[in-house]
Ligand binder design. Structure first.
Ligand code: 8DG
Ligand code: MG
Length: 140
């Protein structure tokens, strides 16, 4: 059997004009780059459930207003193919602060401006944002 594509859910967690990023530590895809909280979709899970679970597991934060924004298809190498579902959300309570719950996987979480992204940004995410994608809601 050939390997199957993975399904990843990544969350633009928005606070004021900032986005939460963490630097990946693990040696799998995107090691040492800044990425969004997220992980693999589990069997039977909705995208929203996966987003809330992964953000809680990785940062301890409770989120709300979870919405799907965009899907991208990333063929990263001969052995890595990820379909990534980008979501956005806000904090349930704006006074929460992120905890580094999985220090073996992440160096820590911080808030960054869209126009001052932490470098190096995880490749597919940088491509999306440099292509002009804006995760913030459009003002009416
Ligand atoms: P799990 O296997 O424990 O469920 O999840 P994880 O260990 O937290 O998975 P992950 O590597 O954080 O993310 C799953 C996949 O999504 C992985 O192949 C990398 C891919 N991915 C992107 N962009 C992003 C992103 O911005 N953040 C995260 N966390 N993953 C991303 O393509
Ligand atoms: Mg993860």
């Amino acid at each position: 059997m050939p390997p199957a594509p993975e399904i990843g859910v990544a969350v633009f967690l928005l606070k004021d004009n900032k986005i939460l990023f963490g630097r990946r530590r693990s040696s799998n895809i995107g090691a040492h780059t800044y990425a969004l909280p997220g992980g693999h979709l589990e069997f039977g899970e909705s995208f929203e459930e996966c987003a809330a679970r992964e953000v809680m597991e990785e940062t301890g934060l409770e989120i709300k207003n979870i919405e799907m924004l965009r899907t991208t298809n990333n063929v990263l190498s001969d052995t890595a193919h990820v379909v990534i579902i980008y979501m956005r959300a806000i904090l349930s309570n704006p006074h929460q602060t992120p905890q580094n719950v999985e220090p073996d996987k992440c160096e820590g979480w911080n808030w960054y401006d869209l126009n001052n992204l932490p470098e190096p940004t995880f490749g597919p995410l940088r491509a999306l944002l440099q292509g002009g994608f804006n995760p913030f809601p459009v003002d009416d």
